[in-house]
Every structure is written in structure tokens, then in C-alpha cells.
Design a protein. Structure first.
Length: 91
């Protein structure tokens, strides 16, 4: 099971991908990939974490656990702006 994890920037939200996701879904070469587009904790449509020192490294850990819980064994990550820092911490 493979996926593409899309991480938005700041100030932003998952809305940044509203035109991109349908384009990806229509690509026959991407049929085997799931598309995961979470709202980063504390941004967009999610509440702020109440953990002191919750930074990009902590967010990266949260995103890794999310992907594990969703059952993805391998995935690629795309991050814009703030999302790119989270993506880099996931590498």
C-alpha cells in the first residue's frame, strides 16, 4: 500500500490542494497510490496541540504515526512552506 502525503504551508490549509487532488485522482499511473492530506496540528482546520515545545519534529512524528495507522508501508511526502520543514524532519 503506497501513498502521497501532502502537507500544506502557513498560513494555509488543506484547501491549497483542492484543485491538485482531482488532477492526481484522474491519473491512471497513480491509481495504486492513496492521497493523504491532513491539516497540520494548530493550522487550518485543526486545533492547536496543548503540548509545550510541539514543533516541526513533533509534527513529523505525528504524521509518521498517522501514516502507520492508515496502513501505509511506503509513501512520498510533499510539503509547501511550513509543511516542507515537517517533511524534512520525516526523512
Amino acid at each position: 500500500k503506497k501513498a502521497i502525503l501532502l502537507l500544506h504551508g502557513w498560513p494555509g490549509s488543506i484547501w491549497e490542494f483542492n484543485k491538485f487532488i482531482p488532477l492526481m485522482q484522474n491519473q491512471t499511473t497513480l491509481d495504486e497510490y492513496g492521497i493523504v492530506c491532513p491539516s497540520l496540528p494548530g493550522y487550518g482546520f485543526s486545533g492547536a496541540p496543548n503540548i509545550e515545545g510541539y514543533n516541526t519534529v513533533a509534527m513529523a512524528g505525528t504524521m509518521k504515526r498517522l501514516m502507520e495507522k492508515l496502513g501505509y508501508e511506503s509513501y512520498v511526502v510533499q510539503g509547501g512552506d511550513w509543511g516542507s520543514m515537517v517533511a524534512q524532519s520525516m526523512a
